[in-house]
Structures are given as C-alpha cells and as structure tokens.
Design a protein around this ligand. Structure first.
Ligand code: HAM
Length: 412
C-alpha cells in the first residue's frame, strides 16, 4: 500500500492520469514487437474461441494499442500512468518473480529530449519520495541513436549492430564470451570489438565525443537530457552508461535503468523512448517515452535501507460497551463517528471491557470511548486517550466533534 500510494502521489504531481487495460491480450501483441526475451517468458494458451492469448508480461504494447485507437481525441502530450499486475514465466530468484506489479508512466506525443528528461525525473522523484537519494539509487542512461552512431563509425551494419547490442548487454558477465564470438563470426574486426568493449569505461559524453567524434551529431538528445536533469537538481543521480541497451526490442532513443547504488539487486526500473511502436501496433505515428518500475526490487531496497514506514494504525477509535444493553448505543455512536470520517471499530459480540481495550491497543487506536449504564444515565461517555493513558467523561453530544477534531489531544 505504501508503494502504490507513493507511486500515485508522485505520478499525480507530474499531471499523469491513471488508466488500466485488459490483463489478457492477443499473443501477437507481444510476438510482433517486444523481442525474443519477453516472448520466451509468456504465459500463453488457446482460449475456447481458439484464439492464442497471453497474460500481459508488460504494459507498453497494451498502452500503445489503446492510445493509438483513441489518439485523435486525446490532448498531446498524453501523460498516462498505470499499476498493472504482470506475469512472466521467469526463473524465480531474488528480485524476479512470476508475477509483479509495475508502475508504468508514459508520455506520448512529444519527440524532444525534455520529454525523456521528464520521464527520468519522474522515476527519480518516486525514489526521493521513498526517502532514497543518490547514495542509494543510480540511473544508468544511454541512447540507442548515439550507440548506433558509434557502431556505424566502427563499420557495423544493422545485423552486426544488433549482435553488438547483445554483447554489450552481457559485458563483464560469463555469457559475454559467446556473444563476442558471434561478433567475430559475423566478421567484426578485433579492433572494433575492443573499442565496443571500451564503451563500458566511458563516464561522460566528453569522453565519448573524443573517442568517437563522428557520432557527435547523434549525441545531442542525450546531452540535452543530462542538461535538463542537471537543471532540475537531479544530476547527482545520473551516470552515462553505454552498456545499457535494454532487453525489449522496441526502443529507438534514450534507454535507462535504475539500480541500487551498491549493485547488489536487480534493476528497479527500466524505460526509454519507443517512437515506432504506436505506428506498428495501431497505425498512428506518435513518439513515446516511458518507464516501468517493479514493486519487488523496490520493496527489497526500501526494507534494506530502513525507509519502510511503521505499520500505521488501522482505526482512530474503538467504541466499547460495558453491558449487553449498551450495544445499541455503541452501534449508534460508532455509526456517527464513521459518518464524521473517523475510523471506528467495536467488538462484534459481548466482551469484557478489558478485552475490548486490548483490541483497541492491538489496532493502535488513538481513542477508546466506553459506554456504560452509569454514563448513559448522565448523558455522558468515558473518553480514554490511549496514547496519554488519560481519561475523562464528556457529554455524549460532544464526543463525535471532540474525536473528529485534533484539538482534543491538547485539551486532555
Ligand atoms: P522491463 O525492464 O522489462 O521494462 O521491466 C521494468 C521493471 O519491472 C524492471 O526494472 C523490474 O523492476 C520489474 N520487473 C520486470 N520483470 C520482473 C519480474 N519477473 N519480477 C519482478 N519485477 C520485474 C518493461 O516492462 C517496459 N514495458 C517498461 C516501459 C514502459 N518502457 C516504456 N514504457
């Protein structure tokens, strides 16, 4: 609840509106554009109408299809967010489960880099809202246009560039050897491979421009993103990382991932620009950029860093009766309190007052109101402040106002 509430609060701050879509989609929605990795993880089956369908593994194709269908009637840029439950048949491990929830924030209809910066800023402000700073979370930012320019300058064409993407994705890991061999087999020279490997050491766009001056014209959007995030005061969170390529096939521009600073967990969030997906899935040419942030790794990080909030009280008041004859009065008062927006509970059967007060403690209630025959005879109730352990009698007619009004704590 804390995660979902924080997600909604920050998305609203950026003017994003909430949407949802169907959890079951036609299989080809994913097989056409998402890429092999996610297609291998689909929960898919044939329905009774002999249609091939899949539980949604991600939200972006659904969003692209929905927005494309209604594009004419929507004011651009479209700022939409959703918190879908998603299903992926993955090997379960720390940070990766077979179902998770994901905050999706997407900005559709804006091609310029301020749109990309807005999306990264939103992801970072979500982190800040959880109490996490640049010492806890880092954004690793790249751009497929820049990477394409670099790879072209090294003589790689479409086919070998995609092999280079796969290789960069695994750089420094055991799977890299196989990916490197694929480049060699495709005829990419050792020297070019060495320069591709050197991308992991580039920490700033200046380094990149010095090493690959031919790619300068396609570095502009990424530079503009760095500048905008710096102007927003978020520059401390952001690292250039040209090894970030992302597993999904539809990205066309900026790509980024958020990781814990210690790099002990899986990615918290991933996203980027996908300017061709709405055209491909819905026949409408609209640029788009967005991210997905999962609840699993985020939950682990929040716990690790000790920024999880204490479990909040579930009620404000417990209304207790002394004898069975008090029950109608308990019910009446409880109902008045709920009408006044005070969170209220009472025991659902006859119980000793002490037991009812124990329930109040367990619920972390701030107040208990005790109604007994003696108080009723005088038109009063007993009001106990469970924090300060003080108690006093108050007129029955005033108790709702007193409890609903926070000033009572000062009075007692
Ligand atoms: P993704 O990188 O596949 O991107 O997922 C985004 C985030 O969802 C990951 O960084 C991770 O936190 C979480 N996640 C993914 N799979 C799992 C899993 N099996 N268990 C737990 N958490 C998981 C996308 O899905 C893109 N559609 C995001 C996007 C939106 N791009 C543009 N707009």
């Amino acid at each position: 609840t804390h995660i979902f509430r924080t997600w909604r609060t920050v998305a609203a701050r950026y003017g994003f509106e909430e949407y949802d879509g169907p959890p079951l989609e036609p299989l080809e929605l994913y097989t056409s554009k998402s890429g092999a990795e996610i297609v291998g993880q689909l929960y898919e089956f044939e329905d009774k109408g002999k249609r091939r369908v899949a539980l949604r593994p991600e939200m972006t194709p659904t969003l692209a299809r929905m927005v494309a269908a209604h594009a004419k009637g929507l004011k651009k840029p479209i700022r939409w967010f959703s918190i879908p439950q998603l299903f992926r048949y993955e090997r379960q491990q720390r940070g990766r489960l077979r179902e998770h929830f994901q905050l999706n924030c997407d900005l559709i209809g804006e091609a310029g880099p301020l749109g990309d910066a807005e999306i990264v800023a939103l992801a970072l402000d979500v982190m800040r809202a959880f109490g996490l700073g640049p010492a806890d979370v880092r954004v690793r930012l790249s751009d497929r246009r820049l990477l394409g320019g670099i790879l072209s300058s090294l003589g790689l064409d479409g086919g070998t560039q995609s092999l280079a993407h796969h290789a960069l994705d695994k750089l420094g890991r055991s799977e890299y050897a196989g990916r490197r061999k694929a480049l060699v087999d495709a005829g990419v020279a050792d020297r070019a491979i060495g320069r591709i490997e050197s991308l992991k050491d580039m920490r700033g766009l200046d380094d990149v421009m010095r090493e690959f001056p031919d790619a300068a014209p396609v570095a502009q959007p990424l530079q503009a993103m760095f500048d905008a995030l710096g102007a927003m005061g978020l520059g401390d969170f952001v690292d250039l990382d040209l090894t970030i390529v992302r597993g999904l096939a539809y990205y066309t521009g900026s790509v980024f991932e958020l990781f814990d600073a210690g790099r002990s967990l899986r990615a918290i969030c991933g996203g980027g620009r996908y300017d061709n997906l709405l055209e491909a899935l819905g026949g409408v040419d609209l640029p788009a950029v967005g991210f997905g942030m999962g609840d699993v790794v985020l939950g682990e990080l929040i716990r690790d860093r000790g920024v999880a909030p204490a479990v909040p009280a579930s009620i404000d008041v417990l209304v207790a009766g002394v004898t069975p004859d008090d029950m109608p009065h308990v019910l009446q008062l409880a109902h008045e309190l709920r009408d006044a927006n005070v969170r209220t509970e009472y025991a659902l059967g006859p119980q000793a007052v002490g037991k009812q007060l124990k329930l109040a403690d367990a619920r972390q209630a701030r107040w208990a109101v005790v109604i007994g025959p003696d108080e009723r005879a005088k038109g009063e109730v007993m009001l106990r402040d469970l924090e300060g352990k003080a108690q006093r009698t108050v007129p029955r007619g005033q108790v709702v106002g007193l409890v609903a009004d926070s000033r009572i704590s000062k009075e007692m």
